[in-house]
Write a protein that binds this ligand. Sequence first.
Ligand code: NDP
Length: 283
Amino acid sequence: MSAHIIDGKAIAAAIRQEVAEGVARLQAAHGVVPGLTVVLVGEDPASQVYVRNKEKAATTIGMNSQVIRLPASTSQEDLLALIAKLNADPTVHGILVQLPLPDHINEEAIVLAVDPHKDVDGFHPINVGRLHTGQSGLIPCTPAGILVLLDRAGIQLKGKNAVVVGRSNIVGKPAAMLLLSRHATVTICHSRTADLAAEVRRGDVVVAAVGKARLIKGDWIKPGATVIDVGTNRVDDKLVGDVDFESASQVASYITPVPGGVGPMTIAMLMKNALTAAEAAVQ
Ligand code: NDP
């Protein structure tokens, strides 16, 4: 058996198209163009690529996109002052401070400073709490993208065993909460899980968000399961996931590739969050 590949590139393109239509509708109805501001502190090469891609995506779908680039020496006080200014600016609907920040800046203080209504990363504790209590709010982009991939592939979640490997605040935990909100029975695994293979074997849906190349083997996968691979690991200059694609794709019924699975969804969902924030601002 060979699994059906969930095409994240195509699904992300469809989301971006839908967001572009939403942007046009909002402008026609309210004369408002969603504004997304990304703040980049320092010169981290990976962050620079992410920020460029975010800027390009926002511009392409008709948003006002602004990138504020600050030197690595920027003080926490100055960054907080900038965030306060952006919070007060009605033309800015979404604010994203690219992480990681230089060591002398306390990330928690920065995440807390962003107005939760403009927190398009969904990292503010208010939005985290809203997700955990089942209220609407801005949801972290990667987990939100995972749910869209599952939905668009037609995967039913109600009553299914979902196993999430990884418990980070940006992927594992929110992904588990979203699966729970869809009535899956959710297991969250981490580095101290006693028998990871046995846990994964019970999963009708497996979400791998670990950061360890090909950790999850094909013979851990329940036949017919759906496998969502969030991992992005560089091996010999190639991007590989947390799942051993070759063996897992022989057992699963649906699987995401790396690259071309979850990756493209993250920016598409960021655009969706920026639109959602702008729509909420005109209510
Ligand atoms: P973190 O490093 O923050 O978290 C990794 C999690 O995996 C931790 O909860 C850790 O457990 C767990 N873990 C580590 N080793 C093992 C192991 N051997 N067995 C079981 N669990 C283990 O990573 P992120 O959540 O930020 O990212 C995960 C992966 O997803 C990375 O490859 C990252 O690059 C990728 N990613 C991709 C995105 C995309 O857009 N495609 C976006 C975000 C991330 P513990 O808590 O016990 O330490």
